[in-house]
Write a protein that binds this ligand. Structure first.
Ligand SMILES: Nc1ncnc2c1ncn2[C@@H]1O[C@H](COP(=O)(O)OP(=O)(O)OP(=O)(O)O)[C@@H](O)[C@H]1O
Ligand SMILES: [Mg+2]
Length: 348
């Protein structure tokens, strides 16, 4: 009987599910391993690692991926990863109401209306989000369009293959960020913006009642702050990066040096807000900030003073059950850098 029970459990008892998210950012690789017990709502952070890379050559990135997997003791070969930047287009568009088949045909000939690339150079997908009232005397619907340049996806797959990994989901950074955000903020009424400021990109998503309505990757980030410090203080990049991480008594001088970059980021954000507000008939009430540059001392206050909107820094690791082997101090230090990788691992 006991034997039968053991056999039964072996075959039928649901196993804990392990999933891996691999974020290949513009400055570093971030990997996380999450575990979910069957029937449990809790997500456990089993391990993570962050590896900067020397250059954006495939060999250097692959090396960093390999090292991050070793450090995080990940043996799973199936990983979820993502793409971002100017080669990725996410559009929430209004169209006359039609069926999926009709939409498929319409996009085959009319995708160029929404996406600034040739059809044959992108992989694209769409999702009908639902009806959205009447326009020009006909019923309208809202559609999410995503197009990614083929070369970008091919490069990601190449990196994974070099390291012996199999791509699971290939997502878009901004969707992964929203996934993480929803884990932290399950109920959010009204219009808010979720921003991930990385090294080269500020991913901006605007949500109403927790549903995304707009996304744009602004091509400015922490590297531009470092560059402004290099120029102002005539330092090496390494020295400028150290100062940026730990400004101490030079904080005031540093803020003056980077003010124009912060103004540029803020004005790009404001432009997106203006566009969305004209479409949505309401204003953005709050900014939720994450990504490595959210760690920059006082960035919430600076953006708040320029934009006049409440800014809160958030970090998805705060809501996870943390494996006892992991250092909580280190996690507090790097939590906002893990937003994309956690959002990817949440895809299962
Ligand atoms: N404590 C800190 N203070 C200031 N800046 C920081 C701090 N920690 C990290 N950063 C900056 O955050 C950036 C890296 O963030 P992140 O890892 O989110 O970017 P990435 O994902 O590699 O790039 P991208 O999202 O643009 O592709 C770097 O510019 C780094 O200097
Ligand atoms: Mg990033």
């Amino acid at each position: 009987m006991e034997q039968l029970k053991a056999i039964f459990e072996k075959f039928v008892k649901p196993k804990p599910k392990v999933s891996v998210g691999l974020d290949i950012g513009n400055s570093s690789v971030k990997v996380v391993q999450l575990l979910t017990q069957p029937g449990s709502l809790f997500k456990h952070l089993v391990s993570f690692d962050i590896q900067p890379f020397k250059s954006s050559k495939i060999a250097d990135i692959s090396q960093a991926v390999k090292k991050s997997l070793e450090n995080a003791q990940i043996s799973t070969k199936l990983v979820n990863t993502s793409v971002s930047g100017q080669a990725v287009i996410v559009r929430y568009v209004q169209m006359p109401k039609m069926t999926t088949e009709e939409l498929l045909k319409a996009l085959k000939f009319g995708l160029g209306k929404y996406i600034p690339f040739n059809l044959d150079e992108v992989n694209y997908d769409f999702q009908i989000l639902g009806e959205s009232g009447e326009g020009k005397g006909q019923k309208m619907m809202k559609v999410l369009l995503v197009a990614v340049k083929k070369e970008v996806i091919e490069e990601r797959i190449k990196i994974l293959r070099v390291v012996g990994l199999t791509p699971g989901v290939i997502d878009v950074d901004s969707f992964a960020i929203v996934n993480s955000f929803k884990l932290v903020q399950q109920e959010n009424k009204g219009i808010i913006a979720v921003l991930d400021i990385g090294a080269d990109i500020t991913s901006t998503t605007i949500l109403r009642d927790n549903i995304p309505h707009f996304n744009r990757d602004i091509p400015i980030g922490g590297r531009h702050l470092t560059k402004a410090i290099v120029d102002e203080f005539e330092m090496t990049e390494e020295e400028a990066d150290d100062l940026k991480h730990n400004p101490k008594e030079r904080y005031g001088d540093m803020i003056s040096a980077i003010r124009s970059v912060l103004d540029s980021i803020a004005s790009e954000i404001q432009m997106s807000f203006n566009y969305v507000e004209s479409q949505m008939g309401g204003s953005v009430q709050k900014i939720f900030l994450t990504g490595g540059t959210a760690k920059f001392k006082g960035i919430d206050k600076v953006l708040n003073s320029i934009l006049g909107i409440d800014v809160e820094v958030w970090d998805p690791t705060r809501i996870l059950q943390i494996n006892l082997d992991l250092s909580k101090e280190r996690l507090i230090e790097v939590g906002p850098l893990l937003t994309v990788s956690i959002g990817l691992a949440l895809r299962g």
